[in-house]
Design a protein around this ligand. Structure first.
Ligand code: CA
Length: 220
C-alpha cells in the first residue's frame, strides 16, 4: 500500500516515514501542496492542513476532484464546525494533533479496509434510473457523465444500492458504512447524504421521516 504523507514539518515527517515504513507501508513525503498535487495518486493520503503554500482544504478538494483516493486530514483544530467543513471538502477521516502513532495506524488501516471491503462486496455493475454504478472500478455515472464521489459517499451509495427502494435506518447505515467508534454524530450521515444528493440528483435519495433513507429506483 502506497501512502502519500503531506507534511511540511520535517520533525514530524521523518518519524512518520520511519514508523509507517516499519508498519509495511510504502511512504512518500510531500512537504508542500505543490509537491502533493504533483505526486502519483497513492492508495491513501495523509494530509496536514497547515502547509506553507496552500491551505490543506484546497489540496483536499483538488485531489478529490481528480480521484477517489481516501484522504485522512491531520489538523490542529478539532472543533465540530471544522470537522463538517473537512468532510465537505472530501476528507474521509481526520486526526487531531497531537495524536498517537498507534491510533493513526489504526485509522489508516480502517479506511483502507473499508475501501477494499466495499469494492469487493459487489462487483457487478448495475443501473438504477439514470445512475450507472461500477463497484469494481468505483465509478459512478449519471446520464453517462462521470460523477466524482468521495470514498465514503461511494460506500454509502453502493450500500443503499444493494437493495434499491428499500428503506435503511440511520442506525443501520451508520453501523454498516461507518466504523462503529468513529466520529459518533449522526450529523455526519446527513452531511454525506446532502453532498451525495448534490452530485447524483436530489430525487435519487429519499428521506423516510423518523426512519432513514432509501435509494429511489424509478424502474424501467
Ligand atoms: Ca504543517
Amino acid at each position: 500500500m502506497r501512502l502519500l504523507v503531506v507534511e511540511d514539518d520535517p520533525s514530524i515527517a521523518g518519524p512518520l516515514r520511519t514508523g509507517l515504513t516499519r508498519e509495511g507501508f510504502d511512504v512518500e513525503i510531500a512537504a508542500t501542496a505543490e509537491e502533493a498535487l504533483a505526486a502519483d495518486i497513492p492508495d491513501l493520503v495523509l494530509l496536514d492542513l497547515g502547509l506553507p503554500d496552500l491551505d490543506g482544504r484546497v489540496v483536499c478538494r483538488e485531489m478529490r476532484a481528480r480521484s477517489s483516493v481516501p484522504i485522512i486530514i491531520v489538523t490542529a483544530r478539532g472543533d465540530e464546525v471544522e470537522r463538517v467543513t473537512l468532510l465537505e471538502a472530501g476528507a474521509d477521516d481526520f486526526m487531531v494533533k497531537p495524536y498517537g502513532f498507534r491510533e493513526l495506524v489504526a485509522r489508516i488501516r480502517a479506511v483502507l479496509r473499508r475501501v477494499t471491503a466495499t469494492s469487493t462486496a459487489t462487483t457487478e455493475p448495475s443501473s438504477i434510473g439514470p445512475l450507472h454504478l461500477d463497484p469494481k472500478s468505483r465509478r459512478v455515472e449519471r446520464d453517462g457523465v462521470a460523477v466524482a464521489l468521495t470514498p465514503r459517499e461511494f460506500d454509502l451509495l453502493i450500500y443503499l444500492a444493494t437493495d434499491p427502494n428499500a428503506v435503511f435506518s440511520r442506525d443501520q447505515i451508520i453501523h454498516d458504512v461507518w466504523d462503529e467508534n468513529w466520529w459518533g454524530s449522526t450529523k455526519t450521515l446527513d452531511v454525506h447524504v446532502a453532498s451525495l444528493r448534490k452530485k447524483i440528483g436530489a430525487e435519487m435519495i429519499e428521506t423516510v421521516r423518523g426512519v432513514g433513507f432509501r435509494l429511489v429506483d424509478p424502474g424501467p
